[in-house]
Design a protein around this ligand. Structure first.
Ligand SMILES: NC(=O)c1ccc[n+]([C@@H]2O[C@H](COP(=O)([O-])OP(=O)(O)OC[C@H]3O[C@@H](n4cnc5c(N)ncnc54)[C@H](OP(=O)(O)O)[C@@H]3O)[C@@H](O)[C@H]2O)c1
Length: 326
């Protein structure tokens, strides 16, 4: 089968076409003929090893010390079940599915296998496979931080910094689902897109300082890596939460050590990839409450261009890579 692989960390051009044996599903596994995959921040970091300062070593430990451990990227994919291994009961050939292999990767190929008990669900009927593919990464991250860490509840006032990005565009929709009042922060040309996701208010960070508000938010979620407690603490209501989805080590330490009053907290960490979150997100999509925003599509043999586009300042939402289009 055709796949896109890499052997060394580096620029998008390290990604090249290879022929690999088609995987065979073992007992309990599902073989998926991939329709679409994507460029997530996880794929970008695994390819480039461009990590936030202080996390370079962690990056090598996660992705491979001397070179990439997983040669085929693709943290999420969608497609049709081609075959199932012995004992598989939840899926059958022909099912439309979305899968989140996460750090195990493997989506940049014509086929991939995943355990039926892993993060794989039926694709929402109302989404095309090249939209549904972008449910897992942004959606699971948003759920982890907003629901599991911050305990979001109806009526909360939520500020999302990076609202036009992969994680932020999901976070706006997830926060709205939980009944929050959402303010999205983005650059000038992206405000309409953020409003279209359901944000109640928007802030153009190039013209206005989103940290200028005082005692205004129950939750502030930052995906841009620009937030610190010192800067955003005063914008939190008493008991409020600053969620650092992206932060370098020094910023994280400084923020965690900063003196906090009124029960305010700052929280960071890594989102896991649980199957139940993916089921929750797929159900949300079925109800029309979550639709991944696709800001660009590239065929598999242009995966390097897709990676370059991921860093284009004009990009909004998710970058999808289409594989089998039949
Ligand atoms: N902790 C975890 O478990 C976890 C999970 C997933 C992702 N992440 C991390 O989260 C980060 C975001 O991922 P992503 O996929 O959402 O990336 P992304 O699509 O590139 O989004 C980043 C956003 O940051 C915004 N931004 C950049 N500079 C800014 C500034 N000065 N002020 C305000 N906003 C600014 C950009 O907004 P504009 O485009 O409007 O300029 C962009 O939309 C990455 O660093 C990723 O590694 C962490």
């Amino acid at each position: 089968m055709k796949a896109i692989a890499y052997s060394n960390y580096g620029p998008p051009e390290v990604l090249g076409s290879v022929d690999l044996p088609r995987p065979v599903p073992k007992a309990g596994e599902v073989l998926v003929k991939i329709h679409a995959t994507s460029v997530t921040a996880g794929d970008y970091r695994a390819r480039s090893l461009d990590m936030p300062p202080g996390f370079k070593l962690v990056g090598r430990l996660v992705f491979g010390v001397f070179g990439p451990r997983r040669r085929v990227l693709g943290t999420e994919f969608s497609g049709l079940v081609e075959a199932v291994g012995e004992g598989v009961t939840r899926f059958k050939p022909g099912d439309r599915v979305v899968a989140y292999p996460g750090a195990a990767m493997g989506g940049y190929a014509e086929y991939a296998v995943i355990g039926e008990d892993g993060a794989i669900v039926q694709a929402p009927a109302n989404l095309k496979l090249d939209e549904a593919v972008a449910l897992p990464f942004g959606g699971s991250t948003a759920l982890h931080f907003l629901r599991s860490l911050a305990g979001i509840k109806p009526g909360d006032s939520v500020l999302i910094i990076g609202a036009a990005g992969g994680v932020g565009s999901a976070a706006v929709q997830v926060a709205r689902h939980f009944g929050a009042h959402v303010t999205g922060v983005a650059s000038t040309g992206k405000l309409d897109m953020v409003r279209s996701l359901g944000a109640d208010a928007v802030i153009d960070y190039r013209r206005e300082d989103p940290a200028a508000a005082s005692d205004a938010y129950d939750i502030i979620l930052d995906t841009s890596g620009t937030a610190t407690y010192t800067k955003y603490g005063p914008a939190l209501k008493p008991g409020g939460r600053l969620l650092l989805v992206s932060a370098d080590l020094w910023q994280l330490l400084g923020t965690l050590l900063a003196r906090k009053t009124g029960g305010r907290k700052a929280m960071g960490g890594y989102a896991a990839e649980p199957a139940e979150d993916l089921r929750f997100l797929a159900a949300l999509a079925e109800k029309g409450q979550f639709k991944p925003h696709v800001g660009g599509r590239f065929p598999l043999d242009q995966a390097a261009d897709a990676h370059a586009f991921f860093k284009d300042p004009a990009r909004m939402g998710n970058v999808v890579i289409t594989v089998n289009q039949d």
